[in-house]
Design a protein around this ligand. Structure first.
Ligand code: DP6
Length: 416
């Protein structure tokens, strides 16, 4: 029997214009459009293998080797059944097109193969970064799930079409179907058919955009994005102002800045939008705090780093942004990352060596240092471990189809 299987990896994305609020919680339709940068899968990725087989008794999913229950009517079940529906439509339209990704099938198998939409699936997914780091893994995870099923089913679907489905797994996951700079157009229709992701520019357009993720230690359990944003929709008057009067203008302005490679404007809007997202969290009743003292100190450091540059006739050199947690993501042109790592080292002693994927430092690694004209009094140095680690990455590509040697299911269809 042939094996019907495909393996795909998908990237993480971090928004510059934040998605926060749903107008439909089941279909996951947002109250505003959003825009993100896709990060490089060489450093952060979710990899997923999907297999369809007539002998499987039920749909099953493993996340990092552990069974993850597919709850009826839940987000996983929705994404899987939507992908099966697309395969069924494909089978009906293409009765003579039996090909399945990378599987050569003898003519005698056609009838069997044409029914793979009716087989149960086994899905195994792993992240190459620790879930405990608090990095948004659901975006990469749902993008990889949907992309691997699309590859398994040999669907001719475009990334925008697939984003309609990954959106129903987790809103931000729709943006991980593309590399580069990606907008999620909120759409207007009640059925969600116009709420999907589009590419603003591919990574080749502006490969100089790098990112430094500061993994901030967090002791308390935070409010999840899903429940937090619902509370904001229900209670925050500021959110209504943001939706109507702020985001539409910012979407236009930041898209233009990206097309013109205008880092100054890109950075100003990114920081303003992160701040407004955390302001609407604070405006929620009861208030939600995602940033902590460490997060706020990093804001102070980047603000002072930019001030010192602008005051001496230069430009804005870095932009911070924070999601629903205390970790900072700092976007900057590659040439500034070395100074930014040294700046973070000056205030946040590191216990783990800096993985230097772009070879910015010699064998000795980074040392704490601030640029000329920097007012060191804007923040106090923290104890070791306050920033647990730094991840240097850059703008990256969209989902990648991988070879059979990278499969995460063994011969029996169980996690490797
Ligand atoms: C702050 O996509 O995790 O990261 O749709 O409920 O799964 P659900 O929420 P999720 O929210 C992401 C919120 C954010 C901003 C963003 O990524 O745009």
């Amino acid at each position: 029997m042939p094996v019907y299987q495909a393996t795909v990896s998908a990237p993480v994305n971090i928004a510059c214009i934040k998605y926060w609020g749903k107008r439909d919680t089941k279909l996951i339709l947002p109250t505003n459009s959003s825009l993100s940068v896709t990060l490089d899968q060489d450093h952060l990725r979710s990899t997923t293998t999907s297999r369809a087989d007539a002998s499987f008794k039920q749909d099953q999913l493993w996340l990092n080797g552990k069974v993850d229950e597919i709850k009826e009517g839940g987000r996983l079940a929705t994404c899987i059944s939507e992908m099966k529906r697309l395969r069924r439509e494909f089978e009906e339209k293409n009765p003579n097109e039996p090909k399945v990704s990378r599987v050569l099938v003898p003519a005698i198998m056609h009838a069997h193969l044409l029914q793979i939409s009716s087989f149960h699936v086994h899905i195994s997914s792993v992240n190459n970064f620790p879930t405990a780091a608090g990095l948004a893994s659901s975006a990469a995870g749902f993008a990889a799930l949907v992309s691997s099923l699309a590859a398994l089913y040999n669907l001719p679907a475009t990334p925008s079409e697939l984003s309609l489905i990954s959106r129903q797994g987790s809103g931000s996951a729709c943006r991980s179907l593309f590399g580069g700079f990606v907008a999620w157009q909120m759409g207007e229709k009640a059925d969600g058919s116009d709420s999907y992701a589009v590419e603003v520019a591919p990574r080749e357009h502006w490969p100089d955009i790098h990112a430094l993720i500061c993994v901030v230690s967090d002791t308390k359990k935070g409010t999840s994005s899903t429940s937090g944003m619902q509370r904001t929709v229900e209670t925050s008057p500021l959110l209504q102002h943001r939706i109507k009067h702020v985001v539409p203008e910012r979407m236009k302005a930041i898209s233009k800045a990206i097309l013109e490679k205008d880092f100054d404007t890109f950075a100003r809007i990114t920081m303003q939008d992160s701040n407004q997202f955390h302001a609407v969290a604070l405006d929620t009743d009861p208030p939600i705090f995602y940033m902590n003292d460490v997060s706020r100190s990093i804001i102070a450091l980047i603000t002072e780093y930019n001030r010192a540059s602008v005051e001496s006739g230069g430009k804005i050199k870095a932009a911070y942004t924070y999601d629903a947690g205390p970790n900072a993501v700092i976007y900057a042109p590659k040439e500034n990352i070395k100074e930014i790592v040294e700046l973070i080292y000056s205030y946040f002693p590191q216990t783990e060596p800096f993985k230097d994927p772009f070879g910015l430092f010699g064998a000795a690694g980074p040392k704490g240092k601030v640029v000329d004209g920097f007012n060191a009094a804007v923040a106090k140095p923290f104890e070791a471990g306050a920033v647990k680690g730094l991840i240097h990455t850059r703008v990256g590509d969209g989902p990648r189809k991988l070879g059979a040697e990278e499969a995460l299911l063994n011969a029996e269809g169980l996690p490797t």
